[in-house]
Ligand binder design. Structure first.
Ligand code: 5GP
Ligand code: ZN
Length: 110
């Protein structure tokens, strides 16, 4: 997708601190961390919103969560983590490529 910063990161056109990659998803460090560990988990296929998820995309999101569950202990999240998906203006979504924030590495407040 043209002009999508996360598509450019996935394509390797913009550098990122990757912690995990497979054929359908990428996990990398947020450039402005809001917690001691702040990762972004993105599907390689571009779509903007959680509400865009049809059955196929919902299954992909499910697999992404499953893989986070299989690997979080390798990423400094072994004591627990929070998963956040922002959608739209009121939630503060700034990048229109679906992503999960994985937050942890310390006790999180609300
Ligand atoms: P949103 O507010 O859309 O849910 O989250 C977008 C996140 O992407 C923000 O936490 C922001 O810091 C992060 N971000 C924006 N641009 C870049 C970038 O070029 N590299 C990385 N690693 N993170 C980015
Ligand atoms: Zn994209």
């Amino acid at each position: 997708m043209d002009n999508c910063i996360f598509c450019k990161i996935i394509a390797g056109e913009i550098p990122s601190a990757k912690v995990y990659e497979d054929e359908e998803m990428l996990v990398f460090r947020d450039i402005e961390p809001k917690a001691k560990v702040h990762l972004l988990c993105v599907p390689k296929a571009h779509f903007a919103y959680l509400s865009d998820a049809d059955e196929e995309k919902a299954a992909l999101i499910g697999r992404m969560l499953q893989k986070v569950g299989a690997h979080y202990h390798e990423w400094g999240l072994e004591a627990g983590y929070r998963v956040v998906i922002n959608q739209g203006e009121n939630a503060g979504q700034t990048v229109m490529h679906l992503h999960m924030h994985l937050l942890g590495g310390e006790t999180l407040g609300w």
